[in-house]
Design a protein around this ligand. Structure first.
Ligand SMILES: [Zn+2]
Length: 173
């Protein structure tokens, strides 16, 4: 096993069945479709490792800076996030489990999984975008009382008619 920043020797707490803090501070270049962790700002993991029979419990927080690309306006924006960690490593893990190998634990895959899972699939920068403002303004401010009274039923009727035409595209809830 390569001795990177995420690899921790836990021989001390394995022998005493105790616990101790572990702090990892390292740049990472992990990314998914619209989001990339910023190598210029190190990821910081403040963890507590606790020895249990057959394994190790890891709890704590991971803080990181990520640059998203807004899926509405395509502008980049930066977010700082802290996520909680509570994961078990086992000497004999099942298929999806994390492994404790002797007295050494490699936390990289677990932290990477937790961080990437916490990223939004469709990041939005939070600023108002034109298409949202326009549609809301049209419905609420320019409709006459008659149109406003009718519109909920018109929408419902449209939905029902769409239903009659058969099932929609797969995956739409
Ligand atoms: Zn945006």
């Amino acid at each position: 096993m390569a001795w990177g920043p995420f690899v921790v020797n836990v021989a001390d707490i394995r022998r005493s069945a105790g616990s101790r803090p572990a702090r990892i501070e390292t740049p990472v270049d992990w990314k998914v479709a619209f989001s990339a962790l910023m190598p210029s700002e190190p990821l910081v993991a403040d963890l507590v490792l606790r020895s249990i029979p057959g394994g190790l419990v890891v709890t704590g927080d991971v803080e990181y800076a990520v640059e998203h690309r807004c899926t509405a306006c395509l502008e980049p924006f930066v977010e700082r996030t802290t996520i909680p960690i509570a994961v078990t490593f086992e000497l004999e893990p099942d298929e999806d489990g994390y492994a404790l190998v002797g007295d050494v634990v490699d936390l990289e895959q677990m932290i990477r999984d937790e961080v990437l899972l916490s990223l939004p699939l469709v990041p939005r920068c939070g600023r108002p975008h034109e298409e949202v403002v326009t549609s809301a303004g049209t419905d609420l401010n320019t409709g006459s009382p008659d149109t406003l009274g009718d519109s909920p039923f018109a929408v419902l009727r449209e939905l029902l008619e769409a239903d009659d035409r058969g099932p929609g595209p797969e995956g739409v809830r």
